[in-house]
Design a binder for this molecule. Structure first.
Ligand code: DOR
Ligand code: ZN
Length: 417
């Protein structure tokens, strides 16, 4: 078994060589390369534990023309993402343990070492007012419960869902928007209600893809007030605004919809100030003919696990112009989301499984070759970035990216050729 030596990447600003044998980190220090080693020159590159994306739509089962577990995991690997939570708006919904088990089995077969963590469906089918059995879903391997993609509007039902989550000890993550007076989906009223019910029931509630300054403010206040609430922001809600929809067309259509510049700026401030718990992609693939429909008929959603670190880092950098940008982005794609789940993420230490990602710094533009999804509805193509994925290691498997962004495995056992 040859050793793979990641030569001198920066880890939190310190140069450290990492030696990997059989998927395990066996040495960390300076130098360390020996004749016969496979040495990857990582000088001036930056290393992080593999990222966790807690909000991903893998579309399997039922919508494999958009994405499936295999292509979704490939898209994750391309972006340095080693673990993800997949949302339950599939067909069927994972409201039965058997569907959760099927997703886990499939991920084990085709996921190339990506840790796929299913999110169980809150109800027994879209629009159903019957709750699923959360204890059974948890036993099957679900890590959260969600109504993402089929919002529960009924307050009694939502309260019962939160109660069941509190009883079984799973977080509830939701798409919190309710019809507003103007007929548009309204985030603040739904977020306020969710925070209130979280406090009443004691359920851990994770508020997905917060898109408004007001929604963020309500969450921060509720937390001060003792509500057990965590939250995430998607890069598109602090990088793009409603004005970009003219340019992007249906690529700019997403739920929650893009908001004002003031909202985006306020959310970026929450990111930099460490108020938010996690960043998440809401990777939502849709096939080209679907996105080619007129705006009102096209499905909402954007994708881009392959460029999530790059675009979020760039937005933070543009505001702070400081190496702090990398540390903020790294922590919101690693420690932050793992603590939302109440779990430990991978560590870069001797004896641990090697699950890590390396990024290269320098001016680059997001290219279609970076994306690696079955679908192509990414709004970030051509965006200038400063951090580009270079390598992903998931235990015994490792991938490098060529100058265009194409992936190639360096240990072929199961990589894409
Ligand atoms: O834009 C969105 N797309 N928001 C959601 O909540 C669901 C998602 C999807 O499944 O396409
Ligand atoms: Zn979603």
């Amino acid at each position: 078994m040859s050793r793979t030596v990641l030569y001198e990447p920066f880890d939190a600003g310190v140069r450290r060589t990492i030696v990997i044998e059989d998927g395990t980190i066996t040495a960390i220090g300076r130098g360390l390369a020996r004749p016969g080693d496979r040495v990857i020159n990582c000088t001036d590159k930056w290393i992080t534990p593999a990222l966790l994306d807690i909000h991903v739509h893998l579309r399997e089962p039922g919508q494999e023309h958009k994405e499936d577990i295999e292509t979704g995991c490939r898209a994750a690997i391309a972006g340095g993402i080693g673990a993800l939570c997949c949302m339950p708006n599939t067909d069927p919904l994972p409201h039965e343990p058997a569907t959760v088990e099927r997703i886990l089995r499939r991920a084990h077969e085709v996921g190339r070492g990506v840790k796929v963590m299913p999110v169980g469906a809150a109800v027994r089918g879209k629009g159903s007012s019957q709750l699923s059995d959360y204890a059974a879903l948890k036993d099957a391997g679900a890590v959260m419960i969600s109504d993402d993609g089929f919002t529960i509007e009924d307050e009694t039902l939502l309260t019962e869902a939160f109660q069941q989550c509190a009883e079984v000890g799973l977080p509830f993550t939701g798409h919190f928007e309710l019809p507003g007076d103007d007929g548009l989906p309204n985030e603040p009223i739904a977020v306020e209600r969710a925070c209130r019910i979280a406090k009443e029931t004691g359920a851990r509630v994770h508020i997905a893809h917060v898109s408004t300054a007001e929604g963020a403010g309500i969450i921060m206040e509720a937390r001060t007030d003792g509500a057990p609430v965590t939250w995430e922001i998607c890069p598109h809600h602090f990088i793009l605004t409603a004005e970009d929809v003219d340019r992007l067309g249906t690529l700019g259509k997403v739920a929650p919809r893009l908001k004002t510049r003031a909202d985006a700026d306020a959310l970026l401030t929450r990111v930099i100030d460490g108020d938010v718990d996690a960043l998440a992609s809401d990777h939502a693939p849709h096939a080209e003919p679907e996105k080619a429909k007129p705006f009102d008929e096209a499905p909402p959603g954007m994708l881009g696990m392959g460029c999530m670190m790059s675009v979020s880092h760039k937005a933070i950098w543009d505001r702070v112009a400081d190496p702090k940008a990398w540390h903020v982005a790294r922590s919101l794609w690693t420690d932050g989301p793992w603590s939302v789940l109440g779990m430990e993420g991978p560590r870069i230490e001797i004896g641990a499984e090697a699950r890590l990602a390396i990024f290269e710094f320098g001016d680059a533009k997001v290219r279609p070759e970076w994306i690696h999804s079955r679908s192509s509805n990414c709004p970030y193509l051509d965006m200038a970035v400063r951090a580009k994925p270079f390598m992903t290691v998931l235990g015994p498997r490792a991938w490098l990216r060529d100058s265009l962004g194409r992936l190639y495995p360096i240990e072929s056992e199961g990589g894409w050729s």
